[in-house]
Design a binder for this molecule. Sequence first.
Ligand code: LLP
Length: 421
Amino acid sequence: MDHFLYKDGVLNAEDVLLTDIAATVGTPFYVYSTATLSRHFRVFDEALEGMDHLVCYAMKANSNIAVLKILAELGAGMDVVSGGEYTRAKAAGVPGNRIVFSGVGKTREEMNLALINGIRQFNVESEPELKILNEVAISLGSIAPITIRVNPDVDAKTHAKISTGKSEDKFGIPIAKAREVYAIAGSMQGIDVVGIDVHIGSQITDLEPFRLAYQKVAELTKVLRGDGHNIRRLDLGGGLGIPYEQTNQAPPLPVDYGKVVRDTVGHLGCEIEIEPGRLLAGNAGLLVSSVIYNKAGEGRNFMIVDAAMNDLIRPAMYDAHHDILPIIEPDIDADQQQFDVVGPVCESGDTFAKQRTLTPVADGEMIAFRSAGAYGAVMASEYNTRPMIPEVLVHGDQFAVIRKRPSFDEMIKRDILPEWL
Ligand code: LLP
């Protein structure tokens, strides 16, 4: 459930008319609902009730500091994958002991930053990383708490570009090699082994891959404990999918996912960490855009809008589906036609939807792309010197710009002419 509903014929975000936001900030813009974000967090958190757990929001999904603050105040920790994300989490007021550091290519600088300012754990992904982290920790006179990310060789049955748990993927160490690498870690002076980490992919809509992966983690926990490691924490990654389309086949509910966690690893007496990103933020955001032109092509209707692939790259990159709603509610018996909804960028890939059945939307009127709260604004670029679009946060009947649109001047001034030119 989200809080984007029609009221008196106009789409609202909570109690704010999207037409009012558009009149203030112009289109295109992202808008997020505080109530939806909070609700998603609570539902997920409650699904893990009874287990000692920490929900570490995978902030790569949406790292606006206002979003982080809402979740942090509800008790979320953060899963970060870069020094920049770590610094954002700290700026949002998240204490180091609630931040986990993931990622295949952590640099010495990033390790230093996190060790000096506080970190719950590093999720180490390779032997070379382990060696460097040990060196960095020793040089600081500190000890780095770690889990090792194991690759369970499980097919998450999701889009190839966001599947991470198969043996051919670049992530983690093969589970078969785990004992060997844990033994090395256990002997290192600058390393404290606290647990095991696994993450098998994103937008996973079937619970079985999770079950298989977590069973393997449970077996490994016993083996490693037998080897003398004090395994007390399990980071089970993120990846639970969200409904992008209103069909009968909704992805599993958080409560059913929670049951899989309880059934597979609940008996081990470990603290559980989960890293959901999309599930918390995805359906808490819309991308609102105006129709610039309706253009009749050869047997095709093109709806050319002012948002483009640089603002929301998911359709171009993963052939992702985002539902499209007109901002003004159409009559129930309004005619529908098929449209290709496209942006202004000079690439055929700048297409949001092909042959989508919609009620016509006149030039100058607005539409909203649903499910744009995760992997939307964070993956945007300034391709075609298109400014990054504003992000707006709604809370009840209030709204605030939480990232503003830069002016052309501000964008251009970031370039520096060398003195010889
Ligand atoms: N933990 C780790 C280690 C991850 O790599 C990810 C996502 C997550 C947690 C959060 O996964 P989530 O709960 O959001 O599924 N840009 C793509 C998604 C990339 C996901 C990358 N890793 C998209 O737009 O679909």
